[in-house]
Design a protein around this ligand. Structure first.
Ligand SMILES: [Zn+2]
Ligand SMILES: [Zn+2]
Length: 238
């Protein structure tokens, strides 16, 4: 029997339970783990053998793409809540419960490279969620966090731009001054809070590869599918 508390779930305003703080039991149960993403195109509903990007581009920037949660509906609200107001309860639900924990532990001894924060975002949050995600992943997997990337051209908060513009816009990264060449024998995992198109992650991966990294993967907290059809396929089995 779960213990109802006087606290109210920030997502749905139902009473929170001690075991799932700060969420209610319903919202905690509603969290949807993200299925494997196609390493070619980054979509969750791609049929791998037919993926054009895989067929024509075996040397894609990212060898694998990982996402902990499928960022739709209540899950998206919960992830946004963690991003804005992190808490131990949400840390536990999103990173330390058996499901996400096992996935993070599976990374082994990797180098986690957070996507650097854009200035507008740091002003608003005062921290970089990508660094927090890297931190959890490194702690659980025995890996290390490397804050080695910086933006080359930054032109404003990406989330506010229309999709077409977001995709056209050139976004590149470079290694911070003073960073040495990367170790080709290590796995580098670029991390960010959310991904939709994967373009930012690809740009970061390209800059690591240009500096000697051979194996680059990506990890995000939430994968946001943007096509209705994509969403339908993903929720069909529920
Ligand atoms: Zn709730
Ligand atoms: Zn694909």
């Amino acid at each position: 029997m779960l213990t109802p508390l006087l606290f109210v779930c920030p997502i749905c305003a139902c009473p929170a339970t001690r075991e799932t703080l700060p969420l209610c039991q319903g919202c905690a149960k509603a969290l949807i783990p993200c299925p494997e993403l196609c390493p070619g195109c980054g979509r969750a509903d791609c049929l791998r053998p037919g993926c054009r990007k895989l067929i024509f581009n075996p040397m894609a920037s990212l060898r694998k793409r990982h996402a902990l949660w499928l960022s739709i509906g209540r899950t998206h609200e919960t992830l946004k809540r963690w991003k804005k107001i992190p808490s131990r309860g949400l840390d536990r639900l999103l990173f330390l419960n058996p499901g996400p924990k096992a996935r993070l532990e599976g990374f082994g001894d990797a180098c986690f490279v957070p996507i650097p924060q854009n200035p507008w975002r740091s002003w608003r949050l005062g921290r970089n969620p990508a660094e927090d995600i890297s931190g959890f992943a490194a702690r659980l997997s025995g890996g290390t966090v490397h804050r080695i990337l910086e933006w080359v051209n930054h032109s404003g908060p990406q989330a506010r731009l229309p999709r077409a513009e977001r995709e056209c816009q050139e976004r590149t990264f470079r290694l911070r001054a003073g960073e040495r060449l990367l170790d080709p024998s290590r796995t580098y995992i670029v991390t960010d809070d959310f991904t939709t198109t994967g373009k930012t992650l690809e740009a970061a991966a390209d800059s690591l590869r240009a500096k000697g990294a051979k194996r680059v993967e990506s990890l995000v907290l939430g994968y946001r599918p943007y096509l209705r059809q994509n969403l339908k396929i993903l929720t069909a089995g529920e």
